[in-house]
Ligand binder design. Structure first.
Ligand code: PLP
Length: 393
């Protein structure tokens, strides 16, 4: 096949963090100070989150995965207990249920928005259901009200995977401010970063105290309280825990990133609107639908679905061809219930969750981050247009 020149001469990454001089200076300050691990900067970041969320307990951890694990542990699952979650998520949402001894039960998503469907959740509630873990997918909120109703009715926990949803609003509430528990991620592709990291917001101070212990081995005092002047080196072990604490070096980045959240998110919103406009006359590439209730989108991801019936190639070949054109893309997410571990150990099969499966074969994510330029977006869409022409049936 005759190949024309590439649309871009340099590779456009799927994501890139925005790191400024303030973050760099603050990290250097930590390095020079002699205090690298959990300390005053972690406390400062937690205080910023607590204030922002109207007084929720804030617990910094070294990833959202760790945060989800800690929150799920506090549900105290017993063998045979079930937790309902979405199949369209990063595996760690589901893995943590298994780590806590529970059985993941998947409820299908809405075909257009990819948010977990509360009516599907209700169908899966059984006497063994102990928790629901929805994901605010791509930065739009899932429909919390009906889920809260179910949790109250059946006395089960609601753990929000808010990895994508920093700054998202559901109706008149900020995600996290009214949550029983919500977990945010600061991985480098997220709306703000600490390198790796996460934050738990939760309502119950007792639950928060237990998670603070569990994030540092289960002991009653972290290093700052043991090794600084005035600290006491003794400790007691109350419950075997984990090494999930955030470093001051990470919090140093987060303090300055968090201050820019609104700026970052409004830039993401503008870019998302521009993609919608640019893709309007390409019917083979379908963006997600808007959730049908008042909301503010954090635009963590811009996910599209490829009309594979109209093309001679599938999604995987299409994104490979995009890479050949120097355009990076992401996959958020192949349906978790069809990944090997969940097929082999829980017997999940194709056909169980038709909306998730339909999307799983067709979806991919376009580059979206504050440093992206409108010219980059034009390159992305021009490359898509070129490939659609090349692969049209
Ligand atoms: C929906 C969802 N949940 C949880 C996580 C885990 O976040 P982390 O990488 O901070 O552990 C991710 C990461 O991409 C995610 O997308």
């Amino acid at each position: 096949m005759k190949r024309t020149a590439r649309i871009r001469t340099s590779f456009l990454p799927f994501s890139r963090p925005t790191i400024g001089e303030k973050e760099i200076e603050e990290v250097c300050d930590s390095l020079r100070s002699g205090w690298l691990t959990t300390g005053p900067k972690v406390t400062r970041l937690e205080e910023m989150f607590s204030k922002w969320s109207g007084g929720q307990e804030a617990i910094a951890v070294n990833s959202a995965t760790a945060g989800l694990h800690l929150v799920t542990l506090t549900v105290n699952l017993q063998p045979g207990d079930e937790v309902i979650t979405t199949p369209i998520t990063w595996p760690s949402t589901v893995n943590n249920i298994v780590h806590c001894g529970g059985k993941p039960v998947f409820a299908d998503v809405d075909k257009s928005t990819l948010q977990i469907d509360p009516a599907e959740i209700e169908k899966h509630i059984s006497p063994k259901t102990r928790a629901i873990i929805p994901v605010h997918f791509a930065g739009a909120p899932c429909d919390l009200e009906p889920m809260r109703g179910l949790c109250e009715q059946f006395d089960i926990a609601l753990i929000e995977d808010a990895a994508h949803a920093l700054g998202t609003r559901y109706k008149d509430e900020l995600i996290g401010e009214k949550s029983e528990a919500a977990v945010f991620s600061f991985h480098p592709i997220k709306n703000i970063t600490t390198g790796e990291g996460g934050m738990i917001l939760c309502r119950d101070p007792e639950r928060a105290t237990r998670m603070r212990k569990l994030r540092f081995h289960g002991i009653s005092r972290d290093a700052w309280k043991r090794y600084t002047r005035g600290g006491v080196p003794q400790y007691e072990l109350e419950e075997p825990g984990f090494k999930y604490n955030m470093l001051d070096i990470q919090a140093a980045i987060g303090i300055h990133q968090f201050k820019q959240l609104d700026t970052f998110n409004s830039r993401r919103k503008k870019l998302a609107e521009n993609y919608k406009e640019l893709l309007r006359d390409i019917p083979e590439v379908l963006p997600l639908g808007d959730v049908p209730y008042p909301h503010q989108h954090a635009w963590h991801l811009f996910v599209v679905r490829l009309n594979i019936e109209a093309l001679t190639v599938g999604r995987d070949q299409f994104i490979h061809a995009l890479r050949e054109e120097n355009i990076g893309t992401g996959l958020h997410f192949p349906a978790v219930h069809l990944l090997k571990f969940y097929r082999d150990n829980f017997g999940y099969r194709t056909g169980l969750l038709p909306n998730a499966e339909w999307n799983s074969e067709r979806l991919f994510s376009l580059p979206l981050y504050p440093l992206l330029k409108k010219g980059d977006q034009s390159d992305v869409v021009e490359a898509i247009r070129t490939l659609i022409k090349r692969f049209k049936r």
